[in-house]
Design a protein around this ligand. Structure first.
Ligand SMILES: [Zn+2]
Length: 54
């Protein structure tokens, strides 16, 4: 049995999972955005990127 893994889907799941979490650095909420041209989850308050997807 081969397991097919779709990187794009995994990235989407990761971003969606993190979205809405509390920021680790302030009281802000994580939201999907762009950081240095890549998809990322960034804090809406301090804009600290939590995850970058290359
Ligand atoms: Zn923050």
């Amino acid at each position: 049995m081969q397991q097919l893994e779709d990187p794009a889907t995994k990235q989407d799941v990761l971003l969606t999972t993190l979205e809405g979490n509390d920021c680790a650095f302030c009281d802000g909420t994580l939201t999907q955005g762009r950081y240095k041209g890549n998809d990322a989850v960034v804090c809406s308050e301090c804009e600290t990127p939590t995850v970058q997807v290359w």
